[in-house]
Design a protein around this ligand. Structure first.
Ligand code: IMP
Ligand code: MG
Length: 181
């Protein structure tokens, strides 16, 4: 009988300690860059939720928060008709400095779509911080302003990231590989 806890069969790519250290570094850099300016942070649900909660607690800024959630159908979230916003922003971002908080930048299609949605609201500025970046997978011309870790082309879970809604609770980032039975 299998007694190991869920997730324990996955190889750790980034430890909880390394994540915590890097999150503090990102927060220090963001705090310096926006010094004296109120910042609206927008978490993209669900994947970015744990990163968001940790990051904002280290920001030395006047901060307000909002949340955005959407589902995409088919291959490209950027193509029209394939995205449904399931939780829209509660407040307008018009005229504000806005920082999007993402879990991972992969092909770039999600962020390209999001950027279009948010730019339509005419923020004063719009930047993105992503915990993870997989640049080798990029098919859209987007880049993050702040990156936690650049990772190889592996499917990862934990610290908010899921596979079929599983593994979000793991405290570290782990590689999910097809298991040989
Ligand atoms: P993109 O549109 O291809 O850039 O994909 C970004 C979204 O795909 C992320 O916000 C995640 O929800 C999901 N995703 C991409 N790669 C991974 C991964 O390795 N693990 C978990 N989710 C991923
Ligand atoms: Mg996501």
């Amino acid at each position: 009988m299998k007694t190991s806890p869920p997730g324990s069969e996955l190889d750790v790519l980034i430890s909880a300690e390394d994540i915590a250290r890097r999150v503090r570094e990102l927060a220090a850099q963001i705090s310096a860059d926006y010094r004296g300016r109120p910042l609206r942070l927008i978490a993209i649900l669900k994947g970015a939720w744990i990163f968001f909660a940790d990051l904002i607690r280290h920001l030395d800024l006047e901060v307000t928060v909002d949340f955005l959630s959407f589902t995409s159908y088919g291959e490209s979230p950027a193509s029209s008709g394939t995205v449904k916003i399931t939780k829209d922003l509660d407040q307008s971002v018009a005229g504000l400095d806005v920082l999007i908080v993402e879990d991972i930048l992969d092909t770039g299609q999600t962020f390209e779509y999001l950027r279009g949605v948010l730019e339509a609201h005419k923020p004063r500025s719009l930047k993105v911080v992503t915990l993870l970046d997989k640049p080798s997978r990029r098919i859209r011309p987007v880049r993050a302003d702040y990156v936690g870790f650049t990772i190889p082309d592996e499917f990862v879970v934990g610290y908010g990231l899921d596979y079929a809604q599983r593994y979000r609770h793991l405290p570290d980032i782990r590689i999910l590989r097809a298991r040989e039975e």
